[in-house]
Each structure stands twice: as C-alpha cells, then as structure tokens.
Design a protein around this ligand. Structure first.
Ligand SMILES: Cc1cc2nc3c(=O)[nH]c(=O)nc-3n(C[C@H](O)[C@H](O)[C@H](O)COP(=O)(O)O)c2cc1C
Length: 325
C-alpha cells in the first residue's frame, strides 16, 4: 500500500519505543519483515540546540527504510525547525508525537499535553508540514482526560498531515485499562488519510482482529515486539493465511539474543552493550522456565565475554519448550 507517498510492503509497523527501538533493534525487526518503522522520539528542543546525541537518535541505515523520524516538543516553531534539521537525514516521513504521557515530556507541554489544545495541534501540524517537503505523520492518544482524538485528527488532516497513528488511551490512563479500539474505527470513518491502529496487539490474531474491528490501514506493534521481532513475521503470516505460525523456540530466542548482543557491541562498543542489552536480554528470556536465578547472576557481570559465554551455556542446557505468545 501507499502511505504518505511511501510504498509499504506489509501493513505492520514497529512502534516508536524510547530506549528500545534503536538502529540495531530496528534492523533486526526489518529482517522479520516489518513494513514501516519509526525511530524513538527525539526532542525538538534538543535538536534546535544542536545536541548531537539527539540527532544520533534520528539517524538510521538505508536497510531500515521506509522509516519515520519522530519528534516531540511543545511549540510549533521549534518543531518546524527540528523538522528542517532531521529532513537532512532524508527520512521517509517525519512523525509528531501527540501521545507521550511521561511526566518529563508533558510538564514542558509536549506529547499528550498537546491534546489539551486543539488549535495548537493544528498550528503544529501546519508548521511542520510547511517546514519541509517530507510527508508528515502524527501519533496521538485519545486525549488528555477527555476523548478529543477525532477532532484532533480532522484538524491534522486539514493541516496537511499525511497519516495518523492512534493509540486509543487517554494520558490519564497511562498504560492501564484497555485501548479502546472503537476510537480507531471512529477516526478511520472520519478521515480520508490512512490510519494506523495501535494498542494492545499482543499476538498475531489480535492484529487481524484490529483490522476487522476498526478498518484501519496498518497496525502498529509496540510492547509485544520487545525481545520478540518474530511478532512481525508471525503477524504477516497470520494476515496472509489466517493461520498462526508457532512462536519461536527458546533456543531460537537465545540465539537471536546473542546475535543482538554482538550487533550492539559492534555498534556501541562492548562496555556500553553489556548495559544496554540488559533490558533486551530480560525480554528475550521472558517466559523461559527457571530463568530468574540465571538472569540475576548474568546482570551482575560487566564483561561481555562472560555474558556471552553464560548465555551460550544457558542455551545449551535449555529444555526444548516454546513460550506462548
Ligand atoms: C518503553 C516504551 C517507550 C515508548 N516510547 C514511545 C515513543 O518514543 N514515542 C511514541 O510515540 N510512543 C512511545 N511509546 C508508546 C508506544 O509507541 C505505543 O503507542 C504503546 O506502547 C501502545 O502500543 P502497544 O500496546 O503495542 O505497546 C512507548 C511505549 C513504551 C512501553
């Protein structure tokens, strides 16, 4: 399908996940067929202040295309200037974050705090669209405390935004309760531009159900992709055939975990990789039997050679079971 002028081979999208979906993990997800990728959110303020670490968050490899760079901020001018900066990296689209509920973001008026001011949403949409020729997309929650997402999306469509992603929870809900997929359906009915549905896809069959229940154009997967890029290949297979492909075996999980560790070491250096991999390792190991003690000991080690050797030894002694996903 074509979204925002971008050709997308599979209707399954990797969600932006701050602290998780770096270039290394995104490249792994790409191997599993993901159709569209977003970077972790990057601060527009930091970009206009020339912070190189923030610009680094926005960098990607050609293998990751199609890819959108996501920006967060509170002011139209700053977001527009940040869009000009990231446009130089030539992403396939630039995404505006209207959904982040984190305190440090909303106290400065960014992320889901923007959902309190519909006119500002439109102003931001217009400013970022005008800033560069690159298509602009937006990712929204359903509102701050009340549901305003349909009105907000209509404003963004008017402003020239090319597609929207809906995570139908309010800021107040955080990650609690259930995502209200009926709101995705409402937005889809109200808009002409493509709609990406997001929220609570835990397994491939959920993605099929989201398409059926909401009529959305693509589905986006976040937490279910942590330590689990198989969610993409399995979802694509489920959408094509209606049949559930079995989840990976524990041995497959461990093997990919070790490869991920090696890729991180190559990208960030061994010292950084040992620390940044801990959360990923915990996710790959989730649900593996008798893992708690092994994991606690592993996370006390700072030497990548030891971590790698322990993972290999653990893999060798695994009972062959699969984790239900
Ligand atoms: C650890 C974590 C980091 C996240 N970072 C971002 C982010 O940078 N930008 C964003 O728009 N949403 C972010 N989100 C929200 C997800 O993109 C997604 O909307 C949400 O997790 C719901 O989808 P899911 O049920 O498939 O996880 C984050 C969520 C989590 C759990």
């Amino acid at each position: 399908m074509i979204l925002a002028g971008i050709e997308i081979k599979e209707p399954v999208v990797l969600a932006p996940l701050a602290g998780w979906t770096d270039t290394v993990y995104r490249q792994l997800c790409k191997e599993f067929g993901v159709g569209l990728i977003f970077t972790e959110m990057a601060s527009a303020d930091a970009l206009v202040r020339n912070q190189t670490r923030t610009l680094d968050i926005c960098r990607f490899t050609e293998a990751e295309r199609p890819i959108g760079v996501q920006l967060f901020g509170a002011e139209a001018d700053t977001l527009a200037r940040a869009a000009e900066i990231v446009a130089e990296l030539r992403p396939d689209c630039i995404d505006i974050n209207f959904g982040c509920p984190a305190k440090k973001v909303v106290k400065r008026g960014g992320g889901s705090a923007l959902m309190r001011d519909l006119s500002l949403i439109e102003e931001i949409g217009r400013a970022v669209v005008a800033a560069t020729p690159i298509p602009v997309t937006a990712k929204l929650r359903s509102g701050w405390s009340d549901t305003v997402v349909v009105e907000a999306c209509l404003q963004l469509e008017q402003a020239g935004v090319a597609a929207v992603t809906i995570h139908p929870r309010t800021q107040k809900m955080g990650f609690k309760g259930r995502a209200d997929w009926r709101l995705i359906a409402e937005v889809k009915r109200a808009l002409k531009i493509p709609v990406i549905g997001n929220g609570d896809i835990a397994a491939p069959a959920d993605a099929r159900r989201m398409f059926e229940e909401t009529g959305c154009d693509l589905v986006m997967i976040g937490r279910a992709a942590q330590g689990n890029p198989w969610i993409f290949s399995r979802t694509i297979a489920q959408l094509r055939t209606g049949v559930d492909v079995p989840p990976p075996t524990n041995a497959e999980r461990l093997a990919l975990c070790i490869r991920h560790l090696d890729l991180q070491a190559r990208h960030y250096g061994e010292h950084v990789a040992v620390y940044t991999m801990r959360k990923h390792i915990a996710s790959y190991l989730k649900g593996v039997p008798n893992v708690a003690e092994f994991r606690d000991q592993l996370f006390r080690k700072n030497d990548i050679g030891e971590v790698r050797a322990d993972l290999l030894a653990f893999a060798d002694n695994l009972e062959e079971t699969t984790v239900n996903a």
